[in-house]
Design a protein around this ligand. Structure first.
Ligand code: GYE
Length: 313
């Protein structure tokens, strides 16, 4: 009898405890990199919309492209005793100290869209992101076919030190180097934004002029900037110079329909639902895969018009 009573009491306590945790809205901090591209804006919207749908109390912080601001945001989330942290890390390195602080405070950290390099994998729950090496390889394979295995390419890289910049360069180069008549004649960062993409392309055109047969941009925004530079130089993007990029944002599809962009490899930014689910799973003690990989498709301009209406970002 005594043990039965004790059991009932325990049960009541467990239920009361669970109700107290789960009835108040989850407080989650999201440290976003900035708003350098249409892709990132789509990701921010996905996070905010999902938080609203789920009734999550979202603390949103825009780091204006600076890691130090992200570190400050994470510290402030810890001080506010959030239930979980979602981090889109601007660069791969330099996260260990602040993530150790989050771990000490028992706050699960979910990485979205970009990976990091840490010696202790327990510092984050999971990474929800695309395979950037694969995306670079796909862009390379498509270009090899389009260029008939020969020609000169210029490359617009993403932000220095960012996982998608490093891996998209690596994946692309691994394909191109198999073809001795294909050459990457220039490669420079355009910081994942349109204005820098345009400016760097202008410099490339000044230096190499008509030698350039193709542009490979690590994201659509830089490709759209490059397209403008090509037009201003009196050439036809998509015809005189082939343009291929990554992300698959609306602006890219519009440029493909206009015949100015030849191909985009998609990269899914709609990570809100998966990110909040991952935090909930971590809080419930579930073990998650270290990388929840997103699958991406290649969209050449020939399919753009048909596909465009079904695009969600
Ligand atoms: O491709 C680009 C950006 O991290 C995957 O960041 C993301 C990249 C995306 O700003 O447009």
């Amino acid at each position: 009898m005594k043990t039965k009573k004790l059991l009932v009491l325990c049960l009541i306590l467990i239920v009361a405890f669970s109700v107290s945790i789960f009835s108040k809205p989850l407080k989650i901090g999201f440290s976003q990199i900035g708003a350098e591209s249409a892709w990132r804006t789509a990701e921010t919207e996905s996070m905010k919309a999902t938080a609203e749908e789920l009734g999550v109390d979202l603390k949103f912080s825009d780091a204006q492209g600076k890691q130090e601001n992200q570190i400050k945001a994470i510290r402030s989330f810890i001080a506010q005793k959030v239930d979980g942290i979602i981090l889109a890390p601007v660069v791969e390195t330099g996260w260990e100290p602040v993530l150790r602080e989050a771990k000490r405070a028992k706050i699960p950290v979910v990485l979205v869209d970009r990976g990091i390099k840490v010696s202790d994998p327990s510092l984050y729950v999971t990474l929800i992101a695309s395979d950037f090496v694969f995306e670079g390889e796909e862009a390379g394979k498509w270009l090899v076919k389009k260029m008939n295995k020969k020609g000169n390419i210029v490359e617009l890289q993403g932000t220095p030190g960012a996982a998608p910049a490093i891996d998209r360069k690596k994946g692309f180069a691994s394909i191109i180097k198999k073809y001795p008549n294909m050459k990457i004649i220039k490669s420079q960062t355009g910081n994942f934004n349109r204005a820098d993409g345009k400016q760097v392309m202008e410099a490339f055109l000044k230096a190499e002029g008509k030698k350039i047969n193709a542009v490979y941009a690590h994201n659509d925004d830089m490709a759209l900037g490059a397209i403008q530079a090509i037009e201003e130089a009196g050439m036809k993007p998509g015809k005189d110079i082939i343009v291929v990029s990554i992300d698959g944002v609306k602006g890219a599809f519009e440029a493909m329909v206009d015949g100015k962009l030849n191909c985009t490899v998609e990269c899914n930014p709609l990570l809100g639902p998966l990110a909040f689910q991952a935090i909930k799973d971590a809080l419930a003690g579930k073990k998650l895969k270290k990388w929840i990989k997103q699958n991406d498709e290649v969209f050449p301009m020939e399919v753009a018009e048909d596909v465009m209406p079904s695009r969600k970002y």
